[in-house]
Every structure is written in C-alpha cells, then in structure tokens.
Design a binder for this molecule. Structure first.
Ligand SMILES: CCCCCCCCCCCCCC(=O)SCCNC(=O)CCNC(=O)[C@H](O)C(C)(C)COP(=O)(O)OP(=O)(O)OC[C@H]1O[C@@H](n2cnc3c(N)ncnc32)[C@H](O)[C@@H]1OP(=O)(O)O
Length: 190
C-alpha cells in the first residue's frame, strides 16, 4: 500500500504569487464537472473558496439525489466532495494535477439537507506528487467531523486531458472564447 504521508525530503506546497486572495470564491473549473459545475443538475455544486497558504474551504449541501441509505448521503458522493475540494488546491499552486490515490474515513452518517463544511490543504510536494488532506464537518466549520480523507495528486500535462478525453467535450472546451474558463476547464492557469 503506497503511503499518503509526505516522505522525508518532501517540500512544503507553494502558493503561487497570482493565486486568488484568501476568501475569494474560486467558482467552477468546468461547467460540466460533477463536483462543481452548474451544468450538472444532479452534481454536487460545490462552492470553493481560497484559504491561507495552499488551503481551501467549500460547502456541499446534500440533496435527495445524493442518497445511499434512506435519508443519508452516499459514501461515494461524500468522497467525491472531498476529492473535488482537494483537487481545487491545484488552482492555488498553478499546477494541473489528477487524483492518483484517495482514502476516506467515514466518521458519522450525513443526513440529507446537511450542509457539509469542507476544508482541504496541501501537506507536501515530492516531485510530481502533491499530498493533501481534507475533512468535512456538520453544522459549521467548528462542527463535528463527519468525513476525512487523504489523497495523492499527480501533476500531469494538459495532454492528459486532450489525449484521453472524448473529442466532443475537448473540442467544446477548447473553443470556449472565455480565456480563463477555457484554461480552467483543464485547470491550466493563464
Ligand atoms: C475535460 C475537462 C477535464 C478537467 C479536469 C480538471 C482537473 C481536475 C479537477 C479536480 C477533479 C477532482 C480530481 C479528479 O477526480 S481527477 C480524475 C481521477 N483521476 C484519474 O483519472 C487519474 C488516472 N490515472 C492516471 O492518469 C495515471 O495513473 C497518473 C497520471 C495518476 C500517474 O501516471 P504517470 O505515468 O503520469 O505517473 P508515474 O507512474 O510516472 O508516477 C509518478 C509518481 O506518482 C506515483 N503514483 C502514481 N500513481 C500512484 C497511485 N495511484 N498511488 C500512489 N502513487 C502513485 C508513482 O509511484 C511515482 O512516484 P515516484 O516514483 O516519483 O516517487
């Protein structure tokens, strides 16, 4: 099993000088993203804000479409919320990275209508590997922890998406006249 703890010699994650100021709403990186896009009716519609250093906060409201057991959020959906929140840390570092490995602890059941208060930070960088951790709390940022995760993101080139994504969506994203939106679809920073 490969560790999700930064190895000895790992560097601290660097916040890019042009990263959005703490408190800034990051918005969606891609309209059709299941985690944050407004174009996904059953998506999570996560709203993420830049924090200090390489950290972010986000809110996710659990809706009936996100159920697993009756009245409770599906664990995979909660993991998606954590994944998306940690994934947005790349925007503060100005790197493109994808999830390589992710481990979730489910600590408390999360009822429908709960607003999950998520926070994530980068814990270290080693070569192309970015180590991250996140947690989701119920009832406010000081509420009890319901879920927590650690993940390893791997930096990739934009070809990761253009070579592997379905052509239809790649062409549409590339053709977007909005330069920032086009860049963010692939999390490539302008
Ligand atoms: C179209 C629009 C798209 C928009 C996207 C926006 C961005 C996303 C937004 C956010 C959305 C949410 C986020 C999402 O949902 S991202 C979507 C989910 N993730 C993926 O689809 C990734 C699929 N996997 C791959 O493409 C490759 O396997 C990657 C690129 C990850 C690595 O293959 P690559 O050939 O490049 O790498 P390497 O083999 O040279 O290894 C390099 C180093 O990494 C270490 N390593 C590798 N794998 C693992 C592992 N599993 N556990 C532990 N360690 C691992 C490896 O040991 C080595 O370490 P070291 O030997 O150097 O020490």
């Amino acid at each position: 099993m490969r560790s999700l703890t930064p190895p000895p010699g790992a560097a601290a994650a660097d916040r890019h000088p042009d990263a959005p100021a703490p408190g800034t709403l990051l918005g969606s990186h891609y309209r059709h993203c299941f985690g944050c896009g407004s174009g996904q009716p059953h998506g999570l519609h996560l709203e993420t804000r830049a924090g200090e250093g390489v950290s972010v906060t986000a809110e996710f409201t659990v809706r009936p479409v996100h159920q697993g057991a009756p009245g409770l959020a599906h664990g995979g959906v909660l993991t998606t919320a954590l994944d998306e929140t940690m994934g947005s840390l790349g925007w503060l570092m100005h790197v493109i990275a994808v999830t390589g490995r992710l481990e979730t602890d489910f600590v408390r059941p999360v009822p429908v209508d709960t607003v999950l208060h998520l926070s994530a930070r980068a814990t270290g960088v080693h070569g192309r590997k970015i180590f991250t951790s996140a947690e989701g709390r119920i009832g406010g940022s000081g509420g009890p922890v319901a879920v927590r995760a650690e993940a390893l993101f791997i930096q990739v080139k934009v070809e990761h998406f253009t070579d592997n994504g379905r052509d239809e969506e790649i062409q549409a994203a590339m053709a977007d006249p909005d330069q920032v939106r086009r860049a963010r679809a692939f999390e490539v920073n302008p």
